[in-house]
Design a protein. Structure first.
Length: 175
């Protein structure tokens, strides 16, 4: 974002400007940085000084020029489009990693459970472990399997049958 505004003269004013330009509340700004919202308030009022580690985190998290943040020189260099595109790409890569881990770990377990459940479904009730039916009812009630499956169906339906689902989705935005 390159606007024509005057660079604030103090570090605490520049931190506040970053937050305001991003349209973030102090709580949201703090959450993304992993700090307490009250600390953001103290930083912006000049009652607290940020550590170098926090400054580096702000620079990295919000694509801010280090020189602009620390010295007030040069451009702020906050490119929202590039920043958000990079964030979406990182989020999708993380999601892909979690999905792969889930699949590798849980699909095997689910197949074993299905085999066991098929055996138990054919067993006489007196051979079932104590409390077994109650545990199965709780699993069915507590775990959102239906929602999980419908979300998978929705995502898969977004792709035509001739189009394969890409291994890495970096340019297609998921809605």
């Amino acid at each position: 974002m390159s606007g024509t505004w005057e660079t604030p003269s103090t570090l605490h004013e520049r931190i506040k400007l970053i937050r305001k330009r991003l349209n973030l509340s102090q709580a949201d700004f703090a959450k993304r940085l992993g700090i307490n919202p009250a600390h953001v308030s103290r930083l912006e009022s000049g009652k607290a000084a940020p550590s170098e580690q926090l400054l580096r985190l702000i620079v990295h998290e919000y694509d801010i020029s280090w020189i602009w943040l620390v010295e007030g020189k040069g451009r702020m260099e906050l490119d929202f489009a590039a920043h958000e595109a990079r964030r979406r790409e990182i989020d999708l890569v993380s999601f892909g990693t979690y999905l792969t881990m889930f699949y590798q770990i849980n699909v095997f377990v689910l197949f074993v459970l299905i085999d066991d459940l098929e055996r138990y479904a054919q067993a006489p009730p007196n051979l079932l472990p104590p409390g077994f039916p109650d545990r199965l009812k709780r699993i069915k009630e507590d775990l959102p399997f239906g929602k999980f499956l419908s979300l998978i169906d929705k995502i898969v339906a977004n792709f035509s049958e001739s189009e394969s689902i890409p291994q890495s989705t970096t340019t297609k935005e998921i809605t």
